[in-house]
Design a binder for this molecule. Structure first.
Ligand code: KG4
Ligand code: ZN
Length: 313
C-alpha cells in the first residue's frame, strides 16, 4: 500500500563501503519517521495494520537489532502478531508484489550484495538451495570490481551504466570453475579485474573503464545465466524468477529474458524499485509467513547469518 525507503548510501560512500556502526545509528534515527511516513502514504493508522513483519536475519546485526526491537515494541504496544522475516525470502517475495499470478513451485536466482543463490521455491515458505557462492556474492564482486575501476560505492549500478558504452570483447576475464556445477565463485573474477588494472598501470597504459565494465558485466551475467538455466532445466522448472539488488542489472535482466524465451520458460522479475532492499518485499513475505502461523513472541532475536531453508526464531 506504500513503500518508503530511507537511504544512507551518501554517508557510506565516504568510506567506500558500509560502516556497521554508522548503519545502526542511522537505523535508530530513521525508523520512527519511516514507519510514520509509510502509514501516512498508505492512509492508515497503526491500529488498522493486521500484523507487524520485520527482517530478523541475515544481515548486519546492529541494524537488524534496531528493526527487531522497534517491531517488538510496536507489536506489543498494539497487540498485533509479530512476524519474523528472512531477508532473502523477502527479496524473492518482491516478485509477488509485481506478479500476483506467480505461484510456487518455481526456481529463483537470488543475487545481492551478500548472497548468490540458486533456490527452488517449493512453496511460499519452503525453499531448497541447490547452489550458492563459495566466496564473494555477485553484488560484492560488482562493488569490488567497480572500486578498482574508481567508481563510487556501491558500484554495481555504475558498472551497469558504463557497460552500455563499452565493448565487452576488448578484455577477456576468467570463468572460474566450481566443484558443484550450480555453485558460484566470483573472487577470482574480482582479482582478475584488479590485476588487469595494476598491470596496465605498471605499463603506463590507460584502462578503458567502459570496455572493462562491459567485459566484466558480460562475464558475470553469462556465468549466472548458464548455471541458473542449467539448474532449472535439470530440475524441470518451466517458471523462473530473479531477485536481489543485482536483479536491477540491465545486462542480467536482458540475458535471462532471452535465455528463458529460448528454453520455453516463463520469466518473472521485480520492477527496479523492488530489487534493492525495501520493506514492501518484507511485508509481502510476512503475509505468507503469517498464513503459516510463523508468529514470534517478545523473545525474538536477530541473527547475522541464517540459511533461507533453515529458518528458526
Ligand atoms: O539486495 P541489496 O539491495 O542489498 C543486499 O541485501 O546486499 O543488493 C545490493 C547490491 C550491491 O552490491 C549493488 O552494487 C548491487 O546490488 N546492484 C547492482 C545494480 N544495482 C544494485 N549490481 C549490478 N547492476 C546494478 N544495476
Ligand atoms: Zn538485500
Amino acid at each position: 500500500m506504500s513503500s518508503v525507503v530511507a537511504t544512507q548510501i551518501e554517508e557510506h560512500k565516504l568510506y567506500g563501503g558500509v560502516v556497521p556502526e554508522i548503519a545502526s545509528r542511522r537505523h535508530c534515527e530513521s525508523i520512527c519517521a519511516v514507519v510514520a511516513e509509510a502509514l501516512e502514504k498508505a492512509e492508515m493508522t497503526a491500529e488498522e495494520v493486521d500484523a507487524i513483519g520485520v527482517t530478523f536475519a541475515p544481515g548486519l546485526i546492529g541494524a537488524l537489532l534496531v528493526g527487531v526491537n522497534y517491531a517488538k515494541s510496536l507489536a506489543f504496544g498494539l497487540s498485533k502478531p509479530l512476524i519474523p522475516v528472512h531477508h532473502i525470502r523477502g527479496h524473492i517475495a518482491a516478485n509477488y508484489l509485481a506478479h500476483p499470478e506467480l505461484e510456487p513451485p518455481y526456481m529463483c536466482l537470488v543475487a545481492s550484495g551478500g548472497h548468490s543463490h540458486i533456490v527452488e521455491v517449493l512453496d511460499y515458505t519452503e525453499f531448497r538451495v541447490i547452489g550458492r557462492t563459495i566466496d564473494d556474492a555477485a553484488g560484492e564482486c560488482f562493488d569490488k570490481a567497480a572500486r578498482a575501476m574508481g567508481f563510487p560505492y556501491p558500484g554495481g549500478k555504475y558498472i551497469d551504466e558504463a557497460s552500455k558504452l563499452g565493448d565487452p570483447t576488448r578484455y577477456s576475464l576468467p570463468d572460474p570453475h566450481t566443484q558443484n556445477p550450480y555453485d558460484f565463485s566470483f573472487s577470482g573474477l574480482k582479482t582478475a579485474v584488479i590485476n588487469l588494472i595494476h598491470n596496465a598501470e605498471q605499463k603506463g597504459e590507460q584502462i578503458n573503464a567502459n570496455d572493462l565494465s562491459a567485459a566484466f558485466q558480460h562475464t558475470v551475467c553469462k556465468i549466472l545465466e548458464r548455471k541458473f538455466i542449467a539448474a532449472a532445466r535439470e530440475k524441470g522448472y518451466k517458471k523462473i524468477a530473479l531477485a536481489g539488488g543485482v536483479a536491477a542489472n540491465s545486462g542480467l535482466r536482458a540475458s535471462l529474458e532471452n535465455a528463458a524465451r529460448e528454453n520455453g520458460m516463463e520469466f518473472f522479475l521485480p520492477p527496479l524499485s523492488l530489487c534493492g532492499d525495501n520493506a514492501a518485499m518484507i511485508g509481502a513475505q510476512a503475509f505468507y509467513e503469517f498464513q503459516k502461523g510463523h508468529i514470534a513472541d517478545e523473545s525474538l532475536n536477530a541473527f547475522a547469518t541464517m540459511s533461507i531453508d533453515k529458518v528458526r526464531f
